[in-house]
Design a protein around this ligand. Structure first.
Ligand SMILES: *Cc1c(COP(=O)(O)O)cnc(C)c1O
Length: 223
């Protein structure tokens, strides 16, 4: 399937999800996750109109960024070792995986300008997942105040690989509730308006629960 055909289908589903919860579908950003696919396929996504591209590994990010460059808006969505920050941070438009102080410190040290960041939260509590425990998110975000190279634009989570709709919704709802608490504090360094949640399997549910950014790989570009 061409990316354009897949995108058409995804857009229809987004529209449907937005209808279900009376949201405006123009407010949903589709991040095309290209980690499984070639540079050519990533270019095809861009040509189909997916301007936001996401990679979860440093090597893949650098490779695609080098080939495609500033035409795309670049999202880094994977875990990153602090000592690798310097290699990518000035090529990243949005960082989705800020989850610890050491990473924040390194971004502060290496970034040439302010980086919009999502704070990653491990809502489901699975050991295999990165991200902060929900109970630590508020303190963590407050502690970023001194870092003028970091702007907390939202929260991000990865839902568990399950089919149970109610359990998935509960994860998304919890992230949204946390987002609401922080957003309502109107912190200058952390407007925290956005929610990066929802992947190929669950983006419609995530949208119904408030996602503003969905990260779609398999169902958009293939695997
Ligand atoms: C791989 C990945 C995605 C996309 O997953 P699909 O199921 O292929 O849509 C989204 N977010 C993160 C953090 C990922 O690593």
């Amino acid at each position: 399937m061409s990316v354009a055909d897949n995108l058409e289908e995804i857009k229809q589903r987004i529209q449907q999800a937005c209808k279900n919860c009376e949201r405006n579908d123009e407010k949903i950003t589709i991040i095309g996750v290209t980690k499984y696919v070639s540079i050519d396929r990533a270019r095809e996504a861009l040509e189909a109109g997916v301007n936001n591209l996401g990679e979860n590994r440093r090597e893949g990010f650098l490779e695609k960024h080098e080939a495609i460059g500033e035409e795309a808006i670049w999202h880094f969505i994977g875990s990153l070792q602090s000592r690798k920050v310097k290699e990518i941070i000035n090529k990243v438009d949005y960082m989705h995986s800020l989850d610890r102080k050491s990473l924040a410190k390194e971004i502060q040290k290496r970034a040439d300008k302010q980086v919009p960041c999502f704070v990653q939260v491990n809502v489901s509590g699975e050991d295999s997942k990165h991200g902060l425990d929900p109970s630590n998110v508020e303190d963590f975000i407050h502690s970023l105040k001194e870092y003028d190279r970091i702007k907390v634009v939202g929260l991000m989570t990865m839902a568990p690989h399950i089919d149970n709709e109610e359990e998935l919704r509960a994860v998304f709802r919890k992230l949204r509730a946390l987002r609401d608490i922080i957003r309502d504090q109107k912190l200058v360094h952390a407007p925290c308006k956005w929610l990066s949640m929802g992947m190929s399997n669950d983006y419609q549910l995530a949208i119904e629960e408030g996602a503003t950014h969905i990260r779609v790989g398999t169902s958009l570009v293939g695997s």
